[in-house]
Design a protein around this ligand. Structure first.
Ligand code: ADP
Length: 409
């Protein structure tokens, strides 16, 4: 009996000792694992360096191995992606200036150092301090304030630059992008000069042809020659109008964006246009009226008269005999709208987006018949832009047309 009790106690003590030893083994392994995880987290080790686990922790060990392998693969993928992106930022010919949420420069790429006056190490300084170009600071401020893209054109040294601010992180941070458009501008200038020179050269001989063709028309001619002389007169006049419009367009373009504008009453200028075109409307038995109050707006008188003249001229040209044309003055918000309204054939909305392009015609045959050059509306658009005004069209087939110039107050 005593022997049986002794054996049982011995067995119990043995079991307790074995459990304690096993727990100690597991604890030691877990301590080594924790140490290894910490080294991994600090980046001192690329794998979990622990030896074989006690059997009951084997599945934990396998799961941890899988996790570490997956993390390692993801990290290496991210590292190579980051390397590519950094390479891209270094190689791009566009200048990049990254500004953080504190409004300080975080990164400037090599192209920005070539295009902009970067002073020393720009990191951590406000843009204007690191890169003294007011337009860059302006676009960064504007795009962070409005959370929208901002843009300025700048001539810096021999270069024509476009400086653009792109909002990042909901407008807290921003990316300044600098594009070098020197060669594009030079090509544009060369094209403009060429067109302008050719038009100048053509002007004198065409004026001579127009003059002689008119004189010839006054001579007593054999009946068979008359249609030929009339065709020469018609085409010479068209050529003359075309050269004039091309010259005018290239002159507006080379003058740049802005024309000198001043606030002045519009009615006398509208009346001047209507009086000039009135006889043509009368010849077509059309009514041509002005309505609305005399309003003031910021305009360049010559540009306004030219633009409005083209719109009224088109309305009279394209509206059939006996139709109605009106010029209406009205306030709209803080600005003023001058509308030219006719009850002519109207224009299908599919044409509206391209209507103000050079040589875009809805009906080329009709345009030529009425002596159109295809440049009238392109001129109107450029003249309006130069006055910082806008032109738009509302029209549909059978419903007439309404061209609206929206002027600044
Ligand atoms: P064009 O010299 O041919 O008149 P524009 O640039 O002035 O050139 O006009 C472009 C085209 O728009 C015209 O060819 C014509 O088809 C159309 N258009 C312009 N104004 C009107 C209008 N008031 N009514 C109908 N069509 C018009």
């Amino acid at each position: 009996m005593n022997f049986a009790l002794g054996a049982a106690v011995l067995c119990l003590v043995g079991t307790l000792a074995w459990i304690t030893w096993q727990r100690r083994l597991a604890r030691r392994w877990l301590d080594r694992l924790v140490h290894s995880v910490r080294r991994y987290a600090r980046g001192e080790d690329r794998r979990l360096a622990v030896d074989a686990p006690p059997p009951e922790l084997e599945s934990l060990s396998l799961a941890l191995d899988d996790l570490v392998r997956a993390l390692g693969e993801e990290a290496s993928g991210m590292r190579s992606e980051l390397r590519l992106e950094q390479e891209m930022v270094r190689q791009t010919p566009n200048g990049l200036v990254l500004v953080d949420a504190e409004g300080r420069v975080r990164m400037v790429n090599p192209a920005a150092r070539v295009l902009l006056p970067v002073r020393g190490d720009p990191t951590g300084r406000p843009p204007i301090d690191a890169i003294p170009l007011a337009e860059l600071q302006d676009v960064i401020d504007e795009c962070r304030e409005k959370n929208a893209i901002a843009e300025r054109s700048v001539v810096y040294g021999p270069r024509d630059l476009v400086v653009r601010g792109l909002p990042l992180d909901g407008g807290r941070a921003a990316l300044g992008v600098v594009l070098d458009i020197t060669t594009v501008r030079a090509a544009e200038r060369a094209r403009r000069d060429f067109v302008s020179n050719v038009s100048h050269e053509l002007r004198t001989p065409i004026t001579t042809i127009v003059g002689f063709a008119e004189a010839l028309g006054d001579e007593p001619l054999p009946e068979s020659s008359r249609p030929m002389v009339e065709a020469i007169q018609r085409n010479a006049r068209r050529l003359h109008a075309l050269v004039d419009d091309v010259l005018h367009l290239s002159r507006i373009e080379s003058r740049g964006e802005d024309l000198a504008c001043e606030v002045q009453p519009l009615r006398p200028l509208v009346d001047e246009v209507v009086q000039r075109i009135g006889p043509r409307a009368e010849a077509r038995r059309q009514s041509l009226v002005v309505d609305g109050p005399d309003l003031e707006a910021s305009i360049n008188a010559d540009a306004f008269v030219h633009a409005l003249g083209n719109l009224v001229d088109n309305a009279v040209k394209y509206t059939p005999e006996g139709g109605h044309v009106a010029v209406r003055l009205a306030t709209a918000g803080h600005g003023v709208e001058v509308s030219v309204i006719d009850d002519g054939p109207g224009i299908d909305p599919v044409h509206h987006p391209r209507l103000f392009e050079r040589f875009y015609r809805v009906d080329p045959g009709r345009s030529r018949d009425v002596g159109g050059t295809g440049l009238g509306l392109a001129l109107v658009k450029h003249l309006c832009q130069a006055m910082r005004a806008e032109v738009s069209v509302k029209s549909a087939p059978g419903e007439g047309s309404c061209f609206v110039i929206r002027l600044r107050p």
